[in-house]
Ligand binder design. Structure first.
Ligand SMILES: Cc1cc2nc3c(=O)[nH]c(=O)nc-3n(C[C@H](O)[C@H](O)[C@H](O)COP(=O)(O)OP(=O)(O)OC[C@H]3O[C@@H](n4cnc5c(N)ncnc54)[C@H](O)[C@@H]3O)c2cc1C
Length: 398
């Protein structure tokens, strides 16, 4: 198996790299690089620059703005985006609901939703998880009962990322309580301004407002906002979750962090010299680089072996998710350790660091919040324990 890029692929990489480094504002890329929270406007700005270039939804069908790229080009695109610390186009729009509507939606839904979804004129959030239905998602209880040409929705979603910005939410709801649990679920699009919806913030350990609870109290949803066939929502959710796990290893992001760690270590006084003079520190960096190289090669082997257009989630992506999230956490920890005492105490608010010690390097007080925030990566998108179960089933036959 030849894992080297062809001359054309290298030319593609160079053009993508040049675009990311010049077209996306440096101040936005710096926020990503430091693991800080972006404003809604930052995310929208970067997303629309990509969409104007035709690169916000390259994996969508061509008639809805997709590019006819090979799997290798898609891989290069994602890696370069992470390496340049470009905020990815809003995944709820581009990776999740967009492909589901493009594949399973009605012609009217495609016309109405796909163009504004690609351009983030609609901001979507994902209403899947509930208290008691996370890993065991099919146990969800939020119910939608048919009443004439509407559904009436009651229940609660949780961990809903950035719901405070959302215009619409795509939800899994129970439409048949008598069927086997996977078979009574439907996929519903709900306008967040509908009467009866309440969004309540959950403040995370890094003192940020990133996730929410969303409550539905007799919310009336026009039946035309059902995607596909009633009670077939589980099939669409599986298709969506397969997309969610694409590019989950985030090797480019971890590589960018290690490169930054090396540079910061050279600027960080330690003993008579800098932290970079410390052989134990350099060995820690070298070990991470070797582990990242191994993951990168594994990822390239998966890319080389994958069939473009397959709907089935590749169980190899579970290996990439586990190892990729572990390395994301290890690289966030490395940056926190370089910041040393300046990484603490946690600021009152993650984005207001006016109380930080004046002598701290300006990047340092963000290192501990970013470290804490990265705990999430081994939980969302299917926890690492669940990924191990998938691997056991697929490869060991357990
Ligand atoms: C920051 C963040 C953002 C999120 N954003 C969204 C979002 O926008 N929309 C959305 O719908 N959801 C979102 N989620 C929810 C996420 O998908 C769930 O947290 C995840 O699926 C785990 O579910 P749970 O939290 O209910 O934990 P549980 O399923 O209760 O799991 C608790 C623990 O038990 C382990 N466990 C559970 N079952 C098994 C098993 N069979 N074998 C071995 N171990 C097991 C898990 O690995 C975990 O360690 C988000 C989560 C986080 C942390």
């Amino acid at each position: 198996m030849d894992l080297r890029f062809t001359a054309e692929e290298l030319a593609f990489r160079d053009s993508v790299r040049a675009f990311f480094e010049t077209a996306i504002p440096a101040d936005i890329r710096r926020l990503v690089s430091e693991g800080r929270h972006l404003t809604k406007q930052d995310i929208v700005t970067a997303h629309r620059i990509l969409n104007a270039r035709g690169w916000a939804v390259p994996h969508w069908p061509a008639e809805w703005g997709g590019q006819d790229w090979s799997v290798v080009q898609r891989y290069i695109f994602q890696e370069e985006m992470q390496r340049a610390a470009v905020p990815p186009p809003l995944p709820f729009n581009t990776q999740m609901v967009g492909p589901v509507i493009a594949r399973f939606g009605s012609a009217a839904q495609k016309r109405r939703f796909l163009p504004p979804t690609a351009n983030i004129d609609i901001w979507w959030c994902q209403g899947f998880s509930e208290p008691g239905a996370g890993s065991d998602l099919a146990s969800l209880k939020t119910r939608a009962e048919r009443d004439g040409d509407h559904y009436v929705v009651n229940g609660q979603k949780t961990w809903t990322t950035l719901a405070q910005y959302a215009d619409w939410i795509f939800c899994l709801v129970r439409t048949d309580r008598t069927a086997k649990k996977q078979q009574g679920i439907s996929f519903l699009l709900i306008d967040m301004t509908s009467p009866g919806i309440t969004v309540r913030p959950i403040i995370t350990i890094d003192d940020a407002h990133e996730v929410n609870e969303v409550f539905f109290d007799n919310v009336r949803v026009p039946a035309e906002h059902l995607v596909g066939v009633e009670n077939k929502g589980w099939d669409y959710a599986k298709f969506l979750l397969g997309n969610e796990r694409t590019g989950i290893a985030r090797v480019g992001l971890s590589k960018e962090r290690v490169a930054r760690a090396k540079q910061l270590a050279r600027e960080t006084p330690s003993g008579q010299g800098t932290l970079w003079d410390d052989a134990a520190f350099r060995m820690r960096v070298a070990r991470l680089e070797v582990q990242l190289k191994a993951l990168e090669i594994t990822q390239l082997r998966v890319v080389a072996g994958s069939t473009q257009g397959s709907d089935k989630p590749d169980p190899n992506s579970s290996i990439l998710k586990i190892r990729g999230s572990e390395l994301q956490q290890a690289t966030a920890e490395l940056l926190k350790d370089i910041a040393g005492p300046y990484a603490l105490p946690l600021p009152d608010a993650a984005d207001d660091l006016s109380n930080a010690p004046a002598v701290a390097p300006d990047w340092a007080p963000y290192a501990a919040p970013a470290y804490f925030n990265n705990r999430k990566v081994s939980i969302y998108g299917g926890s690492n324990e669940i990924q191990r179960n998938i691997i056991a089933k697929a490869f060991l036959g357990l």
